[in-house]
Design a protein around this ligand. Sequence first.
Ligand SMILES: NC(=O)c1ccc[n+]([C@@H]2O[C@H](COP(=O)([O-])OP(=O)(O)OC[C@H]3O[C@@H](n4cnc5c(N)ncnc54)[C@H](OP(=O)(O)O)[C@@H]3O)[C@@H](O)[C@H]2O)c1
Length: 322
Amino acid sequence: MEYRYCGKSGLQLPVVSLGLWHNFGNATPFSTQEEIVLHAFDKGITHIDLANNYGPPAGSAEENFGRMMARELKSHRDELIVSSKAGHYMWSGPYGDQTSRKNTFASLHQSLKRTGLEYFDIFYSHRYCPEVPLEETVQALIDIVKQGKALYVGLSKYPAHLASQACDMMAEQHVHCLIYQDRYNMICRKPEAEHFNFLRDKGVGFIAFSPLAQGLLTNRYINGIPADSRVYKEGAFLHKEDITEEWVEKARRLNEVAASRGQSLAEMSLAWVLAKEYVTSVIAGVSSIRQLDDNVAAADSKPFTHDELNEIDSILGNSIVR
Ligand SMILES: NC(=O)c1ccc[n+]([C@@H]2O[C@H](COP(=O)([O-])OP(=O)(O)OC[C@H]3O[C@@H](n4cnc5c(N)ncnc54)[C@H](OP(=O)(O)O)[C@@H]3O)[C@@H](O)[C@H]2O)c1
């Protein structure tokens, strides 16, 4: 596994991180989940990405990970970077959603309890919330670091100019914003125009979520939708309407480019993200050890030629969102 420094910090992250958004709630047998997480750790994936609402039901991914920590990983706590987040809907009433100081602290305390951890390595504000003053959310993050409840803090899904302001506010109080997390893959390239410049200027690392576009940028749907796909699972954000004939044709052609490079499409898709100078790590989700091993191989990928990059862009064409 390759490890990269996260922006201008001393923290190194594995280029492939593991996300527990799907497949780690109570709908998946605990033994399957634990096998995947332990295998990931054996492969050098030292960074596990969680959030309060991962499941289903919400909270169960943190609880299940907490069980794994207690059973198998306790003695490896200092070899692990565990992140969690607050900001999306979690419980009813005025304090179970959004990014107020009240919600951020209550959610953090609940997440620490569910995971059984004394602190998170990274704690994120999960989204920008226009109803809440930016200063309030940022102050909560600063205080979380100062109270030792997280070693580092980060932001996810913030408009670039507000994320930039938030980083400045943290710096004024001697807290460095470690990392920014957003969707980034061969289809969704928005962070290139909107975020990369300010992140580089401020020395903040970038971690890409959904680097495989939830499986679209793999060979998973080339021969139809498999019965065990996330498409058919509770709380799915990938829908069968997303898997059009037009898309499948593009995926087939991308798969050919990957094959000509001696890779699977998943491996090539992750390598494409990691080839960007400013990316620290990709957070890939998986439903099996086979997928995990496939994804880990991206860490050793060969560089892309200009012709390959042009071929990818021409296949994707109007699917690319900038
Ligand atoms: N900050 C945020 O708001 C935010 C939002 C979304 C995600 N995230 C983080 O990012 C993580 C990853 O998101 P994601 O799950 O959407 O990521 P993804 O890596 O784009 O998609 C993962 C899915 O792709 C399929 N897959 C993975 N590897 C494969 C392979 N080698 N071959 C074939 N299919 C493969 C699997 O689908 P099946 O399950 O169908 O097999 C897997 O569950 C999350 O777990 C979470 O930690 C953060």
